[in-house]
Design a protein around this ligand. Structure first.
Ligand SMILES: O=C(O)C1=N[C@H](C(=O)O)C[C@H](O)C1
Length: 284
């Protein structure tokens, strides 16, 4: 039985004049769950976790837990100072959550041995399921297949958010059946699900979440034609969501729907005028 499956939204962190906009955060979380998504991932890349202090990240988590059930919530756990990260993990784990999403430490570019020890230390200390986050184009280091297979033996490591960009690795992991494979590449949701992946953690699923959910359900039921038709409908949206650095386009689209303010923290920049026009056209 998969621990993680379906469409999980990589949640943005709404801001209002530089501060976290908690009412908007709660509203958005409730809206997405009402639209049928499997759950939410807070404080990931899309949540601009890198621009939030640890206290702010915990405040986001607490606000969300007041709004949605903990088993529908995964928390991002990122950093490159192990002792600090483990201390933060202890705080996070005092809350009832479905799991943690853990990328490799960025900037350092450790060896595969180093990564095994790093993820091993976090998994050993984890009281909740761990989702590995393989995103070499952001962290600077790749989790090789052999490393992933070794990590999959850890009882706490149950899933991977796969942004590794190597279809052979994705396929091998799916065939192994040891980890729930969730794609983190929104443009690959259809193919990953068709290959037997369990689901996705996607930023673009903030917009028209029901269509993402329906597409995944159709694939589950073997209704390929219907799934393909939905995917074709949302492809333009997915492309636009990443036309400028994530999460600017997604935040603009949410703002156009009146769900949040179109505000980011540096170094992120709001969508350009040209993109805003394209986003308006897409929504229309
Ligand atoms: O925040 C996330 O988790 C996601 N990150 C990816 C990225 O921007 O690197 C995109 C994905 O849709 C969700």
């Amino acid at each position: 039985m998969p621990v993680f499956s379906g469409i999980w939204v990589a949640l943005v962190t709404p801001f209002n004049d530089g501060a976290i906009d908690f009412p908007a955060l709660r509203r958005l979380a409730r809206h997405l769950l009402d639209e049928g998504v499997a759950g939410l991932v807070a404080c990931g890349t899309t949540g601009e976790a890198a621009a939030l202090s640890k206290d702010e990240q915990l405040a986001v988590l607490d606000a969300l837990l007041e709004e949605i059930p903990g088993d529908r919530l995964v928390m991002g756990l990122a950093g490159n100072h192990l002792a600090e990260l483990l201390a933060f993990q202890r705080e996070v784990q005092r809350r009832p959550i479905a799991g943690v999403l853990v990328p490799a430490p960025y900037y350092i570019r450790p060896s595969q041995e180093g990564l095994l020890a790093w993820f091993g230390a976090i998994a050993d200390a984890s009281s909740v399921p761990v989702i590995l986050y393989d995103i070499p184009y952001r962290t600077g280091v790749r989790l090789e297949l052999a490393t992933l297979r070794q990590l999959a033996r850890h009882p706490r490591i149950v899933a991977i958010k796969d942004c590794g960009g190597n279809p052979e690795t994705t396929l091998a992991l799916i065939a192994d059946g040891e980890l729930d494979v969730l794609t983190g590449e929104d443009g690959q949701i259809f193919t990953t699900l068709c290959m037997g992946g369990r689901g996705a953690i996607a930023a673009s699923a903030h917009i028209r979440p029901r269509q993402f959910v329906e597409m995944a359900e159709c694939i589950d039921k073997g209704e390929l034609e219907a799934a393909r038709a939905i995917f074709q409908k949302i492809q333009a949206l997915i492309r636009l969501a990443f036309a400028e650095p994530n999460p600017a386009p997604v935040k603009s689209l949410l703002a156009m729907q009146g769900l949040i303010r179109d505000e980011l923290r540096l170094p992120m920049q709001p969508s350009s005028e040209a993109l805003l026009q394209r986003l308006r056209n897409e929504l229309a």
